[in-house]
Design a protein around this ligand. Sequence first.
Ligand SMILES: Nc1nc2c(ncn2[C@@H]2O[C@H](COP(=O)(O)OP(=O)(O)OP(=O)(O)O)[C@@H](O)[C@H]2O)c(=O)[nH]1
Ligand SMILES: [Mg+2]
Length: 439
Amino acid sequence: MPSDDVVRDTIAAIATPSGRAGIGVVRLSGARVPQIAALLLGKLPEPRRATYAVFKDARGERIDEGITLFFPAPGSYTGEAVLELQGHGGPVVMQALLGACLDAGARLAEPGEFTRRAFLEGKLDLAQAEAVADLIDAASREAARSALRSLAGEFSAAIGALGAELIELRALTEAMLDFPEEEVDSLHREDAVARLARVSAALDTVIAKSRQGSLLRTGIHVVLAGRPNVGKSSLLNRLAGEERAIVTPVPGTTRDALREPVQIEGVPLIVVDTAGLRQSVDEVERLGIERTQRELRGADLVLAVFEAGKEATGLEELATGAARIDVYNKTDLVPGFAAPAGAVAVSAKTGAGLDRLRKAILEAAGWHSTGETVFLARERHLRALETARRHLAAARGARQWEFFAEELRLAQVALAGITGEFTADDLLGEIFARFCVGK
Ligand SMILES: Nc1nc2c(ncn2[C@@H]2O[C@H](COP(=O)(O)OP(=O)(O)OP(=O)(O)O)[C@@H](O)[C@H]2O)c(=O)[nH]1
Ligand SMILES: [Mg+2]
């Protein structure tokens, strides 16, 4: 995408998190960087060279001293002139330094504005820009790895390859449209059909990898539900590997829903412990049970927990459309207990069966650890991919070449939206507004 012709403001932001740290970074980007550097530092540092400097405000008062880095355009993150001021990472110093930058003519950056400029300058495509935010927000190593691959352009390349095949097929089809009188020979027709099948199969693969990856991005929402005292909180503690929830022999111990981030094989889960389900006269417990119902509605997966050897009732009608695994706990109390088919037998006390439960959770949530790369797709990407799939299906059913060609075009447009070739400004605004300030 070509850069705007308008001269953009020079923007500034604190790029490091607020709080106390050894180092804090203020970052500037834009055409006025040289003038601002002259005011703050006395002169513009040599490009790409860590340079010691004293940072002064507009009245010449020292704010801090530290290291500066200057990246001239276009060889910078944003593609514009970029200056980084590395000072001492205290909130007062950082605010003063940022204030001095603003006094010297910079404007406070909006969330994601640096990365938005990188996109506008063609440094990153839209999927890569999103990967920047996903890498920062990654909740597990697996998610971070996947985000890094998208940032490196793997996802974009897969989308690009699909687009290229569609272009070829379109070119072939347009050629046929240009000679409507001539009999479209069957060779061409077969070729077109075969190519369409190939593209569709490739698209299906990308969709499957993207669905997997979207689990990594959002985390799988797993809710523990069951009658009081069956051992839900004990199971949460086992899965979390820590004593997070209170466990007592008293039925009705858990009142509030408790959420714990848990990783299984690098896949992030949010495991929610809930109040045991029963008719209760206790006001607090009743409110807790209401929360359980609410959690169930938002679940990706429900672990319906029962006590081994006791009647498995009370969970026939859970208010949820989510996948469900029946879990029989306290098997240590019932030697030789065999769980019904499809259910998992565990003991939160001894840890028996926990590995099998972990595997079952990943499987039920749709995670197949094939060891293959997955794409850390966003909802937006999945929607675009599905749109493309619909158009390819429509192309398959088209009776006339005009319609065939048009469906191919629409599929291509949907795919191009992922990397941002044709993207409306308001969509860009929405995407970048979710970034942190300074990125
Ligand atoms: N023997 C045995 N006892 C268990 C096991 N899991 C939990 N318990 C005991 O069962 C009791 C209830 O456990 P919790 O984890 O608090 O059960 P809960 O389902 O969270 O109960 P509520 O919060 O009241 O709904 C405690 O005394 C636990 O020590 C198990 O696998 N074996
Ligand atoms: Mg509990």
